[in-house]
Design a protein around this ligand. Sequence first.
Ligand code: PHE
Ligand code: NA
Length: 452
Amino acid sequence: MENRSQWGTRLGFLLAAMGSAIGLGNIWRFPATAFENGGGAFFLPYLFALLTAGIPLLILEYTIGHKFRGSAPRSYGKISKGMEWIGWWQVAISFIISTYYPVIIAWAIMYAYFSFGQQWGADPTGFFVGDYLQLGDPGTFGGLVPSVFLPLIAVWAIALFFLGRGVKKGIEVANKIFIPTLAIIFLIIVIRAVTLDGALTGLDAFFKPDWGAITSGKVWVAAYGQIFFSLSIAFAIMITYASYLPKKSDITNNAFITGFANSSFELLAGIGVFAALGFMAVQSGQDISDVVAGGVGLAFMVFPEIISQMPAPGFFGFLFFASLVLAGLSSLISISETYIAGLQEKFNISRGKAVTFGGGIAAILSLAFATKDGLNLLDTVDHFINNYGVALAGLFEVVAIAWFAKGLKDFQNHANSISDIRLGIWWRFCLGIITPVVLGYMMLQNLKTEVT
Ligand code: PHE
Ligand code: NA
């Protein structure tokens, strides 16, 4: 693999890493998670998680990819023969996510279109589950829903097109288009949101600190969980992307930039979402806590309602759903690249073949979520991936590297030899002690809630 593909520019790599990190998690997961876990007080555990686990792990993953210049399975295999499976585990999780993530992007495409004329009518929730997803249509399980199926094909066509063109001409170009566009759109939306009537009511609710919350283990688990998911760490992604870095790259600096860019976007999303929720609460005379939602509910049930009440609903509705599409596509490309790179190296095949096989199978499997029972299936799979798959992947990663292989010192030296910011004992402490303890505790908590 002497002629390994490379990013064209440092900015290209950074935009791709940010493109992976900035996704639906920032827009629809962070705001509600923060609100439910202490509001303004959540920023303390959140920042702690970013600095003790998020950025240190990002540095480790960049270093692994850069040092071994391979997909995740190959890179882990080079650390130690017995570790290749950790790479495959992470790739497998990314593969599974890549079967349902594009379905949500497909919904967003349709909703960008529905925004014109507010086709969801007076009852957006009923419209979403009934008219659009055709959920719970008894006896028709297995029936594809055309209005989900068709945009889903478009999503895959776009993603596989860029993936097929390679690292520099494909992935880098896509992110250079998507991410700046996303940033501009998002700024417009947030400025509009904070100037709506009632915005302050929403922001007040969002930032009001409940300091008692930070004594609860659940809140800390939520903070670490958000950081892991949001930074796309332990998904094999950042290792793969870093494997295309040129020899001379400031790894540590890049990790700090990626981490802070993602969190800034998250904070901005929180402000935008809660300003809009405040507007809606004031319009409808409801209490803010009655209108707060996250995930699918926020994007496809609550937001259509907000949009309908706004001035220029078609324009702002389109921008909102377009931002979901752009954020989603750049993340989808990154998840899919993990198995494309893995397949390419494992079977020594061309990128084109790996894209066709890997992407093709993921695309076919994704059709299961475009059926009349798709949303239920999506919820179930997402639950298991988020509660067990990711925490386990992170745990395997840090424990294996810090405790069983040659240890973190090698990686520290590698990063320090090319980076401005020096890693010290604090870095090894974060990864060797804090992160495993937190992830272990997280697993136990998740199992406990499962049982009760
Ligand atoms: N980090 C992305 C987000 O915040 C989500 C994601 C997770 C993307 C896993 C790729 C892989 O939305
Ligand atoms: Na994110």
